[in-house]
Design a protein around this ligand. Structure first.
Ligand code: PMP
Ligand code: GLN
Length: 388
């Protein structure tokens, strides 16, 4: 047997920081604010709908594009942004957003095409670009005063004749940034000008905080010229607190959706039949629950942000997602990555180093903490962090 057996293009992706950190947290009995998953269940009506679907015998392969009631519910839901998708030809149900992103890259980018990723970026993007045989081109977000923006000049400078696609995640994991209208309009313009495909990861679309400040989720696909070049991706995991169900979707023109489906059908073919029924129910009926959950998460963000500040961290602004980032330098520490791997043993708290969301050193002073946890769990973590 060759050694190592893992092919070179996947060697950088042998394990994920989330899985490793959760394993370390479990081994050390730590409070796990690393991997982003809630520790409470989603809406009871949705859970009942899944149980009922199983009892009703919805247990065989769903149709390739997804169950019709879910495609219809997704299309109806997207109308909140003023976009119309035909449930028949413009919506594809996937095994979570992860599969949708991977299938989009496999179906829409070719060997040696360049794909722009905006760092820090969710880990699966780079792995999926590698699987597609494409080349990732990494452009960092611009940082100033603890906030992040799209660096449109740097993105423009990174575009070459080989650039095929850009992946945008907003609300943004790990920074909690919700990108604003002007910067999104600028990115849309670059996509149109250079004939790029946009792959948008909108899994935190409902988790935007501080609405009175005017912050809102604006899908990139809604800007002029973008409908025909955008794969709009989201999933149920974060919106309905069911990250283990892995029901996601991709929306776009019939041509784009057909390209994504061509790859998707040979990844999983289909998945999650009874959960598709339940998520359709949730999209149609549980948005009031989603709003209450959003408000609760905003309070949790405040609770953890204050606790981190009391513990001596430099806390960055989080306007959405499950996450808040904290600068370790005020604690007299420079390397947050090293700290992240020590914290579980030292004080029994797990967080994720932002450095693991990119290859460069520019985020090495930041830790990402997940606040999608019960208040007593957050309080225990804060108590332990104060001992640092
Ligand atoms: N994108 C981002 C930014 C995420 O944080 C996650 C993790 N939930 C995913 C995609 C994956 O979503 P799913 O579980 O629906 O595959
Ligand atoms: N999206 C979650 C996070 O960012 C983790 C998902 C995973 O473990 N792959 O923490």
């Amino acid at each position: 047997m060759r050694d190592p057996v893992l092919v070179p293009r996947l060697r950088p992706f042998a394990s994920t920081v989330f899985a490793e950190m959760t394993a370390l947290a479990t081994r050390t009995g730590s409070v796990n604010l690393g991997q982003g998953f809630p520790d409470t269940d989603g809406p009871a009506g949705m859970l009942d709908a899944a149980r009922q679907a199983i009892a009703d015998g919805v247990n065989q392969y769903p149709p390739g594009p997804g169950r019709p009631e879910l495609r219809e519910a997704v299309a109806a839901h997207r109308q909140r942004y003023g976009t119309s998708f035909d449930p028949e030809s413009e919506v594809l149900v996937t095994a979570g957003a992860t599969e949708a992103i991977t299938a989009a890259l496999l179906g829409l980018t070719d060997a040696d095409d360049e794909v722009i990723l905006l760092a820090p970026y969710y880990d699966s993007y780079a792995a999926a670009v590698a699987m597609a045989g494409a080349r990732r081109v990494v452009v960092s977000l611009a940082q100033s005063d603890g906030t992040f923006r799209l660096d449109l000049d740097a993105i423009r400078a990174a575009i070459t004749p080989r650039t095929r696609a850009v992946v945008l995640n907003s609300p943004h994991n790990p920074t909690g940034t919700v990108f604003g209208r002007d910067e999104l309009a600028g990115l849309a313009q670059l996509c149109v000008e250079h004939d790029l495909i946009a792959i948008t990861d909108e899994v935190y679309e409902h988790l935007v905080f501080d609405a009175p400040s005017g912050r809102e989720h604006i899908p990139l696909g809604t800007f002029p010229g973008m409908a025909e070049r955008t794969v709009t991706i989201s999933s149920a995991g974060k919106t309905f607190s069911c990250t283990g169900w892995k029901i996601g979707w991709a929306c776009g023109t019939p041509e784009i959706v057909a390209a994504v489906r061509a790859a998707k059908q040979f990844l999983t073919f289909v998945s999650g039949g009874p959960f598709q029924v339940a998520v359709a129910h949730a999209l149609n009926n549980e948005l009031p629950w989603v709003e209450r959950n959003r408000q609760a998460l905003q309070r949790k963000r405040d609770r953890l942000s204050e606790g981190l500040a009391d513990a001596g961290f430099g806390v960055l602004e989080s306007s959405g997602t499950y996450f808040v980032c904290a600068d370790v330098r005020p604690l007299g520490i420079t390397d947050a990555t090293e700290l992240a791997w020590q914290l579980p043993e030292r004080i029994g708290v797990a967080a994720v180093p932002v450095g693991s969301f990119t290859e460069g050193p520019e985020f090495d002073h930041l830790l990402r903490f997940a606040f999608c946890k019960q208040d007593d769990v957050l309080d225990e973590a804060i108590k332990r962090l104060r001992s640092l």
